[in-house]
Design a binder for this molecule. Structure first.
Ligand SMILES: [Zn+2]
Length: 146
């Protein structure tokens, strides 16, 4: 089976559409499923991985994401964010003796943070990050007749 990789802009539009329809989606698999459905309306050979949907959605600012993680207990030193692949920044705390200790790591572009042990994401919840336009008052559509 052959499939084609959609361009980033097409993918972003499909993602925005899905979020507008669903508001919040509490599974990465489901999110990717809905996005694939949208893409296949445009081209039935389009497909995309769950990873790419998640990263594109975060990097284009279309979603806020909640991540539930499991602690592996393995000590780590920084590395890349497991959610969006951005750089992680150290979170330090000053000690009484003028030094500092590393409390953990925080992603530079999404809300992901962790302590000094490696955590792996187990569940994602995606929320629509775009402001919604709500019309409270009906616009007057009467035409003035001359
Ligand atoms: Zn991140």
């Amino acid at each position: 089976m052959s499939y084609r990789v959609p361009p980033a802009e097409v993918l972003a539009v499909a993602i925005a559409d899905v979020l507008r329809e669903h508001g919040a989606i509490s599974s990465q698999r489901l999110f990717a499923h809905f996005v694939r459905e949208k893409l296949q309306c445009i081209d039935k050979d389009y497909s995309v991985t769950e990873e790419r949907v998640r990263r594109t959605a975060i990097q284009s600012g279309l979603v806020t994401v909640e991540v539930e993680t499991r602690d592996t207990g393995i000590k780590v030193k920084g590395g890349r964010c497991p959610v969006c692949d951005s750089r992680m920044r150290k979170v330090r705390n000053s000690t009484l003796y003028g030094g500092s200790v590393i409390l953990g790591y925080r992603c530079t572009s999404c809300p992901y943070k962790m302590g000094t042990t490696k955590r792996v994401p187990v569940k994602y919840t995606f929320h629509d990050a775009l402001p919604r336009v709500r019309c409270r008052t009906e616009r007057k559509t009467e035409q003035r007749t001359l």
